[in-house]
Ligand binder design. Structure first.
Ligand code: ADE
Length: 224
């Protein structure tokens, strides 16, 4: 999968893909991520990419021209399955959307700033608008990093243990069960006996039971 990201703050996106699972995905050639500085398509030598909003009001708006030129130049090189604008008024991102996007070949992510981007870019170019939650961040870079991480880690071959993503919280509309590691007893707090039993069927049943219980207690809204 290839992901292009257009941003006015590309520095914010240097670290998130340079470590751990994302690093491995890129090194294995399963995921490539390219961050493009919007100022490359600025309307003048001052690097202008935003302007005052029509109708008045505080806050700048990202202009059509740089964004459209960026989208058209990048689209000439790749055919995007989705052009995604990260915005607090988009559909709320979840595991289902991450799963869906992980099946795509090429994605283009647009990071907004200030008051957002000119509505005409949304109307004519953006195919999907995604929010990472009901709160407002100062830009779309961290949301873009979250989306790439959630999508990248479930690409086949990225995780060492291929099955492990299947047991993540939210796959199958269930939260993950509790996990424990050594020692088997710490300050008198014991690991549940069943996990030390060596009986795979019993362990699987217990984990499922815990997942269901946890989901009913904490997230009844997602329980089947
Ligand atoms: N940009 C600012 N806040 C955001 C959010 N919650 N989700 C996506 N993009 C954003």
């Amino acid at each position: 999968m290839h992901i292009d990201i257009v941003s006015v703050l590309p520095e914010l996106l240097e670290s998130p893909f340079a470590h751990s699972i994302m690093k491995r995905a890129r090194e294995k050639g399963i995921l490539s991520v390219e961050v493009h500085h919007l100022r490359k398509w600025a309307v003048n030598a001052y690097g202008q990419v935003d302007d005052y909003q029509y109708g008045g009001g505080a806050g700048m708006v990202m202009m059509c021209e740089p964004l459209v030129n960026a989208i058209e130049e990048l689209s000439a090189k790749r055919s995007y399955d989705e052009i995604i604008y990260l915005t607090p008024d988009g559909e709320t991102f979840n595991q289902k959307t991450a799963n869906y996007l992980s099946l795509k070949e090429n994605l283009l992510l647009i990071c907004g700033h200030y008051k957002g981007i000119d509505e005409r870019v949304r109307e004519h170019f953006v195919t999907r608008e995604i929010s990472i939650g009901d709160y407002v961040l100062s830009g779309g870079e961290l949301p873009a990093a979250i989306l790439v991480d959630a999508v990248g880690r479930i690409l086949p071959g990225v995780l060492n243990d291929e099955t492990s993503a299947l047991f993540d919280s939210f796959q199958d509309n269930l939260l993950a069960p509790p996990v424990y590691t050594r020692p088997a007893e710490y300050r008198g707090w014991k690991v549940p006996d069943v996990l030390l039993s060596g009986d795979p069927k019993k362990i699987a049943d217990w984990r499922h039971e815990m997942s269901v219980k946890r989901t009913e207690e904490r997230r009844p809204d997602i329980a089947d």
